[in-house]
Design a binder for this molecule. Structure first.
Ligand code: GDP
Length: 463
């Protein structure tokens, strides 16, 4: 795989399996640098190795490769306390994180952001990690940045940071108490917690513009890693049920401070669809409202498994059972929150929209194995909205909520097995993948048929 730079984006509602694909491509394309350019601790990227599962939130997915430099770009909303927890957990597991650098321009997620997100974010189904309020403050030009906490020589700047916290925090405390009727926050405690956290990573803070320029010239490809997915993009997603950052190619340029010019622009897409939280979801299987009411799985709880009765009900045409089956077979519970994900058939209208807004030129399809044993598969190929058929993504969520999906049906397969190349897949699975490439208009370059690195197939480049 010969490329100068690569972009890896979610082409659905997030949770497509980007972490695995990034980790895989790092090796395959001999990537020298991985950069995260948007989102924050609301992301959860999972990488499964022979010796265990790594859940990454703010740290880029190239961290497990010591020769790769991992950059947290200016477009990321960085939570210093959570970053230290994440670095600590990685260190406990033998990943030293010396290959991590953090942009001095990244905005800081402050405790008031988390409190406000928890208080106001439920309406949109946010993760309550404070990301939305942090980006709001960025746009309102009252945000604190990493450079307010750590000076240009990589030292924690207590005096400057305390001044900024007092200035912004006094106003935030008025907002919390007078507008929202909440308790005020202890600003001295915030200063002490954040500066203590910054002690762990201060030496790794830098102006990444120069670093990126050097890395891009080094001869090893740079990989730009997006968080969330195209349909959660603040401008192009299912607004207002979106995240607060740009999850598309445009967001990549903004979040880096350079022209990314990626020659491979890969959209990661699950072989079916999932969505967390609120928002319209054409092709959804079962009752999303009921799924949303289910509580999150407490940390450490073993994932529930599908049983034969559920399978039987799903195969008998019970849509709700099919939705549950996909959720259980695909382990569709949030990496960050443990929340159950809503499930549905793959939506080609939405996928084509995702490809268009970022000029994506290739696909990685994940979780093909989860469809094992479903005799007939469906793909959404159009919507009917109040009697009118369309293949375009409507901008109004109300229209999308009313959209009746138009399906194409394809035969399923019984088991993908341990295929080592595309030709070893069952013919129906090959046909499914070919049809997705045909309908989306871009080639499929990677197929993932299990969570492990070894369960991946690379397809040859096509003209
Ligand atoms: P991300 O945020 O896009 O990186 O996605 P997540 O990490 O939230 O979710 C992807 C989940 O699917 C992780 O638990 C992965 O280990 C798992 N996964 C990735 N690819 C595959 C696959 O092809 N098959 C199966 N069964 N699981 C996969």
């Amino acid at each position: 795989m010969k490329v100068r730079s690569l972009l890896v984006l979610g082409a659905q509602y997030g949770d497509e399996g980007k972490g695995k694909i990034v980790d895989l491509l790092v090796e395959r394309a001999q990537v020298g640098t991985v950069v995260r350019f948007n989102g924050g601790a609301n992301a959860g990227h999972t990488i499964v190795l022979e010796d265990g599962r790594f859940a990454l939130h703010q740290v880029p997915s190239g961290i497990l490769h010591p020769q790769v430099l991992n950059l947290i770009g200016a477009g990321v909303a960085l939570d210093p306390i959570r970053l230290v927890d994440e670095i600590g957990e990685l260190r406990r597991r033998g990943v030293d994180c010396q290959n991590l650098r953090i942009s001095d321009r990244a905005h800081l997620v402050m405790p008031w952001h988390r409190v406000l997100d928890g208080h106001l974010g439920a309406r949109l189904g946010t993760t309550s990690r404070g990301i939305g309020p942090c980006y709001e403050d960025r746009a309102a030009r009252v945000g604190l940045r990493v450079g307010d906490l750590v000076d240009s020589r990589g030292r924690v700047d207590l005096e400057h940071f305390a001044e900024r916290v007092r200035e912004v925090g006094a106003w935030k405390n008025r907002l919390l108490t007078r507008v929202h009727g909440l308790d005020p926050l202890d600003l001295d405690q915030i200063v002490s917690e954040c500066t203590e956290a910054a002690g762990t990573f201060a030496g790794q803070v830098a102006d990444l513009c120069g670093v990126l320029e050097e890395r891009a010239a080094s001869g090893h490809p740079v990989l730009y890693e997006g968080a969330q997915g195209a349909l959660l993009d603040v401008d192009w997603g299912t607004y207002p049920y979106v995240t607060s950052s740009s999850c598309s190619l445009g967001g990549c340029a903004v979040g880096l401070g350079m022209d990314p010019a990626p020659d491979l622009r890969l959209g990661v897409v699950k072989a079916y669809s999932t969505r967390v939280g609120e928002g319209p979801f054409p092709g959804e299987l079962g009752d999303g409202a009921r799924v949303r009411q289910h509580g999150a799985l407490p940390p450490g709880t073993p994932l529930p498994q599908p049983d034969p009765a559920l399978r039987q009900a799903a195969l008998a045409g019970d849509e709700e059972a099919m939705g549950r089956w996909l959720r259980l077979a695909g382990a569709e519970f949030g990496t960050t929150t443990g929340r159950p994900r809503r499930t549905g058939w793959l939506d080609l209208v939405a996928l084509r929209h995702a490809l268009r807004i970022s000029g994506l030129n290739a696909l990685a399809i994940t979780k093909l194995d989860v469809l094992d044993g479903i005799p007939t598969l469906r793909i959404v190929v159009g919507y009917e909205i109040r009697g009118r058929q369309t293949t375009s993504m409507p901008s109004r969520v109300r229209d999308l909520a009313e959209a009746r999906p138009l399906y194409e049906e394809l035969p399923g397969w019984s088991c993908l097995g341990a295929a080592t190349c595309f030709e070893e897949l069952p013919s129906q699975a090959q046909a499914y993948v070919r049809r997705l490439a045909e309908l989306s208009g871009v080639p499929v370059r990677v197929l993932s048929i299990g969570s492990r690195r070894s369960q991946s197939l690379f397809l040859p480049e096509q003209d």
